[in-house]
Ligand binder design. Sequence first.
Ligand code: GAP
Length: 442
Amino acid sequence: MEKIVSFCKRKGFIFQSSSIYGGIGGFYDYGPLGSQMKKNIKDNWWNFMVNTRANVVGLDSAIIVNPKVWEASGHLENFTDPLTECRKCHKRFRADHLIEGCGLELSQIKCPECNGDLMDVRNFNLMLKTFIGPVEDSSSIAYLRPETAQAIFINFKNVLDTQRLKIPFGIAQIGKAFRNEITPGNFVFRTREFEQMEMEFFIKPGEQEKWFKYWLDERIRWYTDILGIKKENLRIKETPKEDLAHYAIACADIEYNFPSMGWSEIEGVASRGDYDLSQHEKYSGEDLKYFDEAKGEKYIPYVIEPSCGVDRTMLALICDAYEELEKGRSGDSNATEIVLKLNSNISPIKIAVLPLVKNKEEITSKAKQVFNLLSPCFVSEYDETGTIGKRYRRQDEIGTPFCVTIDFDTLNDNAVTVRNRDTMGQERILIKDLMEYFNKNV
Ligand code: GAP
């Protein structure tokens, strides 16, 4: 994992936030390559979950909502982690993490940092608070949302009234969420500001088992077929009945086998019954029932919720795609070469356009023409610095699936060399056929 963290920084994927001021715990910034890759993950999720389904629509809600939402959802009362603190060094820990798997009571455990005594556990609410307007008192308290899901529930009626949807249907949303984690860590795995991709799928009560299985299968298909994550690095962990949250009928985590951390959750799929809509109906006084005209039935729908973290997905993708080739696969160097074998739909840069030499005007201007042709449709990079071998390796390292080289022959035959990252195979393609070639291959 240390290698992955330093790779992400070195290549401009992910930086510690506010690093020039010494950083700030639990916050990260996504650099030029990271922000593009993150966008690709979100676009692929949106395409898979919304655009390709006639019965799923999107939403983009406010981050701050009426605080009553969090009262109704139970977050104000229950969204807590058990906190303990060392009496000596005053470091804070999650009590459940300290006792996990060690078979001891908390009273038998000492501070992992200084061996001091630990204080009794208290429940710590994870919601980040702020104030609305100029007066900072209890009437102006608001919260940064800890999940995107609740805004979907409170917009259920708006969407239903405006979209002519029939059950089963889904409402999906991508957006930032904030949690005042006691111990953020493991790079972007547990942070205080992160992004979620969530969908609430509203169904007829009684059909929850069928739809829970359907969405679990669909979500695994997204990770394997669309993102290209290796099947052996994914598993499903069902939550035992006795550990389910009070509102959940069933829940399963999709886990990725991370280096150092091992199997850890990247997504939760939950069967939430009618808990959320019933609570919002009770607290708001609005009728949130669905009316089935054909059957003349009125009911509060049940919900299946696939809830995925963008940052954890990105970390899993980088870990999965990162390969170190000790001897140098291109054979012209003994240095370790890194290849990031990302699926082409996830790679931040799809095509690198490389003039063979940089001091020959006819070649660089031809290369710029090729860049102008490709870049409106495929995120491309123009690079003329260094030997062609070095430039190929630079692109392999950031996961670019194709390099296009413009050489002296191009000036005569109007063709370029297209080099494939994974096979290192090279093909000669006419410039006029490049768009068709990449439409087929990216
Ligand atoms: N609406 C349900 C919900 O929020 P969750 O299991 O608490 O469920 C869903 O969160 C996903 O959000 C997780 O599987 C994870 O990918 C991501 N996530 C949660 N807390 C996170 C954190 N502190 N840092 C990064 N990602 C987080």
